[in-house]
Ligand binder design. Structure first.
Ligand code: HEC
Length: 315
């Protein structure tokens, strides 16, 4: 009898013809699904927020620019006698170089209105203005600007252009605005400072970052490094080694920096400092959820690695 009553209460035919009532029955399932998705999301937050910044000293201001990779070579000597009276080919060459290298910031007429300069502060120099220059408008000032740049203000150095090319750019710039006369003294001053008439030998240059990685690569072949890798291999089954593998995105790098660097003297210090910035130390953020005994294991293992270097050194 009861069963019949239930059927009476939920009249499915009527339900289908009345969507609102149908919804009243279905909506709890929506909640369940949303809650399940929510739980899944929170449980997986860890992998979502995984941060895979490689172990390195992070420049928090991020203002430091690395020097670019450059091929060196012999820079030909400059004919000083032509500096005072450039011929048209020199000026044409200067225009070509100016358009390729400078126009983007300084603009076609040298008014500092190029598209790439819009966001810069200070603005790229307007060559038509006579005041407010950082280095100045004399020949030797312009040469210095192109040789050394005004890096802090966003004006790059163009020392990779040959001295003759730089001088031809200066000649072209001088056609865009009025500049002070070039004097013999200025020419000989620049010659003295930068040895224009001798020609210079410019060495190859590689970015600091790249040189670091090359040095590390070289280290890998060295004896103590071999000792470290040998040790890592032999101890890979220790609990500490497993934790290192599990909680670090680059276990070898962590081992190396411990090996060559310092490690805290107590477990508590270690926990404190790693928890503060796990990624900077080469660990995943999830390491902060380790329990005390695992922290202890990891710390003991890393200490052994740190001591290992001293032992190898002592030999
Ligand atoms: C990325 C943009 C940019 C490019 C490209 C650039 N400059 Fe500049 N330049 C600047 C900025 C910004 C300043 C202002 C620096 C200052 O006020 O100290 C400047 C200043 C100068 C000055 C004036 C220096 C002084 O004493 O105040 C000269 C000359 C100059 N640039 C020449 C050139 C030449 C020539 C080129 C191409 C070979 C070039 N610049 C390419 C941004 C640029």
């Amino acid at each position: 009898m009861n069963r019949k009553k239930v059927e009476d209460e939920i009249n499915f035919k009527e339900l289908l013809s009345n969507p609102l009532r149908l919804f009243a029955i279905v909506y709890p399932y929506f909640f369940i699904v949303i809650i399940l998705i929510g739980i899944f999301y929170v449980k997986n937050l860890d992998s979502i927020s995984y941060n895979t910044i490689p172990v390195s000293y992070i420049d928090s201001l991020n203002v430091e620019r690395d020097i670019p990779l450059k091929k060196g070579g012999i820079m030909p000597a400059v004919d000083l006698s032509k500096i005072k009276s450039p011929d048209q080919t020199i000026i044409d060459k200067g225009k070509e170089l100016y358009d390729a290298n400078c126009l983007s910031c300084h603009g076609a007429q040298g008014m500092g209105d190029g598209p790439a300069g819009v966001a810069l502060n200070p603005k790229p120099r307007n060559f038509q203005e006579e005041t407010g220059w950082t280095n100045g408008r004399n020949f030797q000032d312009l040469y210095k600007t192109l040789q050394e740049g005004i890096i802090k203000n966003g004006m790059a150095a163009y020392e990779y252009l040959s001295p003759a090319d730089r001088i031809s750019i200066i000649h072209y710039m001088r056609t865009l605005a009025e500049y002070p006369e070039i004097t013999e003294e200025q020419i000989s001053e620049v010659d003295l400072a930068y040895r224009l008439s001798e020609g210079t030998n410019v060495p190859n240059q590689i970015p600091v970052k790249k040189s670091e990685s090359l040095i590390i690569k070289e280290f890998k072949n060295s004896e103590s490094q071999a000792g470290l890798f040998n040790y890592l291999e032999k101890t890979s089954e220790l609990p500490g080694a497993r934790l290192l593998k599990e909680y670090s995105f680059d276990p070898a790098a962590v081992a190396q920096s411990t090996f060559y660097g310092e490690i805290e003297s107590t477990t508590d210090d270690f926990i404190k400092s790693v928890s503060l910035a796990p990624n900077e130390r080469g660990f995943n953020s999830s390491i902060i959820s380790l329990d005390k005994s695992n922290w202890q294991n990891l710390f003991t293992y890393l200490r052994q690695i740190a001591n290992l270097n001293k032992q190898i050194d002592a030999k």
